[in-house]
Ligand binder design. Structure first.
Ligand code: PMP
Length: 360
């Protein structure tokens, strides 16, 4: 097997090596049962124990109170763009959205299919290089909820603190869940696709306040009602067993490391190394404005697109993969989620200094 490289991919993204090694074993033979985890019934005792442990660890790590349900769903984070308004809006109902990037915009488009949408803020005219402060927008008092994206994967922006608002909050945390501590109690729903900070693609974790389960219109198809999944422990139909299992392994790894608070400290240190490298140079330019900078996705530009292409190519040759920015903003992006090692960030910083010396 080739040596592992530093994988800066925005998602699916790098996972802890010990998690991969364990999963590789369990795929062939789980719990010494003579069959692999992915061959087992989702109703088997062994798998139910996996799912229960995964949920319990998530509750512990995120301090999720008992009046919230944890659901393991399919269809990616993108299905939630529609499922949220489908369940919570309807005739005469409205919601407020903050447009901080492509993923927020897609959620706005879906919400418009089910109710009135107020877009209270947009940073589109500045290529989404910042997120708003609370004082930058007002939330329509008639709104059912305020929807926002905590971390904007493509632009490298992140809400430094959760918005303070009288309305219930709903957040897409696909690219920063479990990366920092926060109080979940002002939230009605928090959700995240697993493939950045939690595990492989295939499962979307939806944490929903219990009282919301009874708000869905009667005529929703069964699979699109949150209550269906809540009432059946996410086993109304076959769940994404393998993805749930790997998320469980990642959560155990995170607990061993000291939990979310410990992770947050490491994430801040890793991101600071890169932002210091950007700020101490005239060669590199950060895309996100200070004050809105993400600790998960660090976006930057070089003086020309040609130099950016060369930078990405030379970095790849040195075992640093996935540094090309999203096609909608160009430039470079280093995604350094929870499982990305600090040594990889140090290697990138060293390469950035070298590259600047040679090319400026
Ligand atoms: N929200 C955010 C913040 C994302 O970064 C992404 C994917 N990169 C999505 C939603 C969409 O996720 P999925 O592909 O699971 O639908």
């Amino acid at each position: 097997m080739p040596e592992r490289i530093y994988n800066f991919s925005a998602g699916p993204s790098t996972l802890p090596e010990e998690v991969l090694a364990q999963a590789a074993k369990d795929i062939v033979n789980f719990n010494n049962k003579g069959m692999g985890l992915i061959e087992m019934s989702h109703r088997s005792k062994d798998f139910i124990a996996v799912a229960d442990e995964c949920e319990a660890n998530l509750r512990e790590l995120m301090k999720i109170p008992a009046n919230y349900k944890v659901l393991f769903l399919q269809g990616g984070a993108s299905t939630q763009f529609a499922m949220i308004p489908m369940n919570l809006l309807g005739e005469g109902k409205s919601a407020t959205y903050l447009n901080t990037g492509v993923w927020a915009k897609k959620a706005i488009k879906e919400a418009k299919l089910f109710g009135k949408v107020q877009v209270a803020y947009t940073s589109e005219e500045s290529t989404f290089n910042h997120v708003p402060k609370d004082s930058d927008y007002t939330v329509d008092p008639a709104s059912e909820y305020l929807y926002f994206v905590t971390n904007n994967t493509i632009y490298g922006t992140q809400f430094p603190a959760m918005p303070k608002c009288e309305k219930m909050l709903i957040a897409d945390m696909s690219s920063d869940i479990l990366s920092r501590e926060f109080d979940i109690t002002p939230f009605g729903i928090v959700y995240a696709g697993a493939q950045k900070n939690m595990g492989p693609a295939g499962v979307t974790v939806v944490i929903i306040r219990e009282d919301l389960l009874d708000r869905s219109p009667e005529n929703l198809p069964t699979m699109f009602k949150y209550k269906t999944h809540a009432d059946n422990g996410s086993m109304f139909n076959t769940p994404p067993c393998f993805s749930i299992y790997v998320v469980g392994l990642v959560l155990k790894w995170l607990k061993k490391l000291g939990g979310v608070a410990a992770m947050e400290k490491i994430n801040k240190e890793k991101a600071a190394l890169l932002y210091n490298a950007i700020d101490s140079s005239d060669f590199y330019r950060g895309h996100a404005q200070p004050g809105s900078r993400s600790n998960m996705n660090i976006t930057f530009n070089l003086p020309t697109p040609e130099l950016e292409a060369q930078f990405i190519k030379e970095a790849a040759a040195l075992g640093m993969d996935g540094l090309k920015g999203h096609r909608s903003v160009g430039g470079c992006r280093a995604s350094i989620y929870n499982a990305f090692p600090k040594a990889g960030v140090e290697a990138l910083v060293a390469f950035m200094k070298e590259f600047e010396k040679k090319n400026s």
